[in-house]
Design a protein around this ligand. Structure first.
Ligand code: GN1
Ligand code: MG
Length: 363
């Protein structure tokens, strides 16, 4: 996209100051993100995003979710007399139509205020793991009484039964002719399929609630301050009703993995229990107030569910010929599949330790 087109998009949101630069930001696999720099010292910088509307089909509903969530959190922080509220919750700008997105005829765009002096991490310390657990627990706690109903921005996003059906369809279609390479993963996935669909079964029986969750709690979806404290939850596209395992499990999938989510050397992939302990303590410190026993009891299952689900999703995309996730090289999705599967095995080996830790905490 050339600079003039980007400038014209930004102008619909009437930002303060004069835009001096727009350049790509971050490593998200779905949307395109840019940092918009302004010249004046008193004008903020901004974050411009092109919303991937092949993935998020209801952009209007998506942005209404985000507005409801950020306004609700902002009101709560203000009512509590928190300092620096603008560093703790995102603020989106509106167009003359009163929408927080702009449709340029082809793509959908949005603009939010950039929060300065922050960073994202790909690796967390024990300290930041505790703070992050507490932050996501609080995020869920603040949204327990959200009055507005939210849409599912991706219907059945974390529904394990659906993800398995999508895998089965991909195998059936074999669009890229790759099924013959992946038999081992397909077997391992099938062996665990019943067990991994536990949440959906409990929900159907009325035994497990859905709550408003973030649903993409990768480490790099949190802004940290210079001291390493978790400041602000970002990347709110997937905030929607889900099981608490979504937030709890997906964070540990990335943060407690001792390697990157696409590490090629599987010997480097392990599950860091110390990160698990710190994060869990932070999460339970802020979430036990609203969590039900069935949710707490099944947290270790939630830790296994996410590497499993991500393994299924990466493998599905590999079989479909890489149509969903951005990839950097041929076979990238298969590497990601292998990494997630190794992580799953390491999580499985640590289930009893996790259970014992949570039991001790609850006493
Ligand atoms: C995607 O956009 P990004 O990179 O934060 C994906 C998540 C996956 C993740 C895997 C909408 O998140 O569900 O866990 O990649 N988001 C969507 O890294 O599918
Ligand atoms: Mg992201």
């Amino acid at each position: 996209m050339d600079m003039n087109e980007l400038l014209s998009i930004v102008s619909h949101f009437h930002p303060q100051g004069t835009v001096s630069d727009i350049r790509p930001l971050g490593t998200g696999l779905i949307n395109d993100t840019y940092r918009v720099t302004t010249g004046e010292p008193d004008a903020p910088d901004y974050v411009l995003q092109r919303i991937n509307h092949r993935v998020f089909r209801d952009v209007d509903g998506l942005q209404r979710n985000i507005e409801a969530v950020t306004n609700h959190i902002r009101r709560k922080l203000e009512a509590r007399g928190e300092k620096d509220v603008d560093r703790k919750v995102l603020r989106f700008l509106s167009t003359d139509e009163g929408k927080t997105y702009w449709h340029d005829g082809t793509s959908y765009w949005r603009l939010s205020v950039f929060i300065p002096r922050t960073r994202t991490l790909d690796v967390v310390s024990l300290h930041s793991a505790y703070a992050t657990g507490q932050t996501f627990g609080r995020f869920e706690a603040m949204l327990v009484d959200l009055p507005d109903p939210l849409v599912e921005t991706i219907p059945d996003f974390h529904n394990m039964e659906l993800r398995l059906r999508q895998l089965h369809q991909a195998v059936e279609a074999d669009a890229a002719g790759r099924v013959k390479e992946v038999g081992r993963y397909l077997d391992e996935i099938e062996q665990r399929a019943d067990r991994m669909c536990l949440a959906e079964r409990l929900h159907r029986e009325g035994a497990l609630p859905k709550r408003i969750c973030h649903c993409d709690t990768k480490v790099n979806n949190i802004l940290f301050d210079q001291e390493g404290d978790a400041l602000c939850v970002i990347d709110l596209d997937t905030v929607m009703p889900s099981f608490v395992f979504s937030d709890y499990g997906d964070f540990l999938r990335t943060a407690a993995n001792t390697a990157a989510e696409d590490e090629r050397d599987l010997d480097r992939v392990d599950f860091n229990l110390d990160i698990f302990y710190s994060f869990t303590q932070g999460y339970l410190d802020s979430a036990t107030l609203f969590l039900q026993p069935v949710e707490i009891e099944n947290l270790p299952y939630g830790v296994a569910l996410f590497p499993y689900m991500q393994c299924v999703r990466f493998l599905t995309d590999y079989l479909n010929g890489d149509t969903y996730y951005k990839t950097d090289y041929p076979g990238h999705n298969l590497v990601r599949t292998a990494t997630q599967f190794r992580l799953l095995e390491r999580v499985e080996a640590n289930q009893e330790k996790m259970r014992a830790f949570i039991d001790r905490y609850m006493k």
